[in-house]
Design a protein around this ligand. Structure first.
Ligand code: NAD
Length: 492
């Protein structure tokens, strides 16, 4: 069992409460590492370190170009350690090594992109309507940002916050998920090695229900950037509102993968499978509802089930494995409860439908890839986020009906459309209420393209140029260059 310390003010620190959180490997169901169980006192120390670092000469006096270079250096270090960190993430969250390694190899691009953007945050000179006055704007950082992240893609989702917020000149207190904190603490070492001044990046580990409130409401915190479930997100939003803090929220989804009768059936089947089973459904953009055009419904469902049956379950550290375990016992229980709810509601289970117990799966929390057909869009299984390998298939007849069903949940994170018709692709992508729409592909993300939710899936955007604005505020500066002071009793 390995112990890891938190990073506060440039120092490695144990919890003030001297307690630990065990990190459990979802494949073996055994603890393999420990991280400090942070306390409110630890949060206060971290926020104080971030506050001092924000105004320090080392950070606030650094040129934007130099900040960018630090991010480049970090990117190179992550690339160097990508395979080793990916193994840590798979051991922590049970997601496939193929996926975690792919993410780790891609993460440096975010640091390079935002590192390059750091010295291009140009204000404007405004042709102001007052004679003798120069008016211009500057983009300035917000201050101390609290970043709170979930367990499903630990470093990728944190990177989407850390890269822009640091490029913009903020400092950060980052709380990773209690289920997957080890890779964050390893990244902490790389931040130090890259040369970030002490206190710019602080990492506090522990339980959200113990230290979350202090993080979100601390008077010296300017912004909360949160990724997680919509219920937690709502709570965080309410608490942050009390302190009038800036907030971005990346929350859950119930994304629809819509297949029309003119689509390539083989491609659409692969898209639907990858949308729901690739990460055992544990991704916010899981295509957990497949909407299938009635003329191809029976054929599609038959072929989809045959394909899904071939999915190889096993050790997520093996590159042969296609479906890994669910990450936590709580999540395992929740997924099985939803399967039961779907059965009770009358959905027809055409694949899986329970825990997967086989000798090669050891003690891992495996759920059989599960498919329900003939799902009514109003059923809970078609409305609520399961975050597991459970697909609901819903038939539809017309484009209008597909749009109505797809938009008929509280969420709006993403959607997929499978069609060969250009007209249909455009009409559907305009009418779908989702922050991301993929046509004839699924789950593509990039540092270059904005990502975020409509409706209850979130507020704000991550990735792409505009996302850096989430970590900046605009200052308007007026300089009077006229020779005489105007009448002081009249507003200019
Ligand atoms: P979660 O909401 O349980 O936890 C997320 C984070 O919030 C964790 O670090 C947790 O410790 C912390 N937290 C918990 N209670 C808190 C509180 N009271 N105050 C402050 N912080 C608190 O989510 P999870 O189970 O870790 O992750 C799964 C969820 O995340 C899913 O709903 C998924 O859709 C969502 N998610 C969204 C995106 C996105 O980009 N939109 C990406 C990945 C995951």
């Amino acid at each position: 069992m390995q112990d890891y310390d938190m990073l506060i003010g440039g120092n490695w620190a144990a919890s003030a409460g001297k307690q630990w959180v065990e990190s459990v490997n979802p494949f073996t169901a055994k603890a393999w590492a420990r991280v400090p169980r942070g306390t409110v006192a630890d949060v206060d120390r971290a926020v104080s370190a971030a506050k001092h670092a924000f105004v320090s000469k080392e950070w606030s006096g650094m040129t934007a170009s130099a900040r960018g270079l630090l991010l480049f250096r970090l990117a190179d270090l992550i690339a160097k350690h990508a395979e080793e960190i990916a193994k840590v993430e798979t051991t922590d969250n049970g997601k496939l090594i193929n996926e975690m390694a792919g993410q780790l190899r891609y993460i440096p691009q975010w640091f390079r992109y935002f590192g390059g953007l750091a010295d291009k945050l140009e204000g404007r000179v405004i042709p102001i309507d007052k004679p003798g006055v120069l008016n211009f704007t500057r983009y300035e950082p917000l201050g101390v940002v609290v970043a709170i992240t979930p367990w499903n893609s630990p470093l990728m989702l944190a990177t989407w916050k850390l890269a822009p917020l640091l490029a913009a000149g903020n400092t950060v207190v980052w709380k990773p998920s209690e289920h997957s904190s080890v890779s964050a603490l390893i990244l902490g070492k790389l931040f130090k090695e890259a040369g970030f001044p002490d206190g710019v990046v602080n990492i506090v580990t522990g339980f959200g229900n113990e230290i979350g409130e202090r993080l979100v409401t601390h008077p010296d915190v300017a912004k909360v950037a949160f990724t997680g479930g919509d219920q937690t997100g709502q709570h965080v939003y309410e608490q942050a509102a009390r302190g009038i803090k800036h907030v971005t929220l990346e929350l859950g989804g119930k994304s629809a993968n819509i297949v029309f009768d003119d689509a390539s059936m083989d491609d659409a089947i692969k898209g639907v499978i990858s949308g729901i089973f690739a990460a055992s459904g544990q991704t916010c953009i899981a295509g957990s509802r497949a909407l299938i055009h009635r003329p191809i419904y029976n054929e599609f469902v038959g072929k989809l089930v045959e394909f899904a049956k071939t999915a190889k379950m096993g050790d997520p550290l093996s590159t042969e494995t296609q479906v890994g375990p669910v990450t936590t016992p709580q999540q395992y229980k929740k997924v099985l409860e939803y399967i039961q709810i779907a059965k009770d509601e009358g959905a027809k289970c055409v694949l899986g439908g329970g825990p997967a117990k086989r000798p090669e799966l050891g003690d891992g929390w495996f759920v059989e890839p599960t498919i329900f057909s003939e799902v009514d869009p109003k059923m809970r299984i078609a409305q609520e986020e399961v975050f597991g390998p459970v697909l609901s298939i819903i038939p539809f007849d017309t484009e209008e009906q597909a749009i109505e069903i797809a938009n008929g949940t509280i969420f709006g994170l993403a959607a997929g459309v499978w069609t060969k018709s250009m007209r249909r692709a455009l009409v559907m992508s305009e009418k779908l209420q989702a922050g991301t729409v993929w046509v004839n592909t699924y789950m593509a993300v990039s540092y270059l393209s904005p990502f975020g939710g409509y409706k209850r899936s979130g507020i704000g955007r991550e990735s792409g140029i505009e996302s850096i604005r989430e970590y900046l505020q605009t200052k308007s500066i007026w300089i009077d260059v006229s020779e005489s002071t105007p009448n002081p009793f009249v507003m200019r």
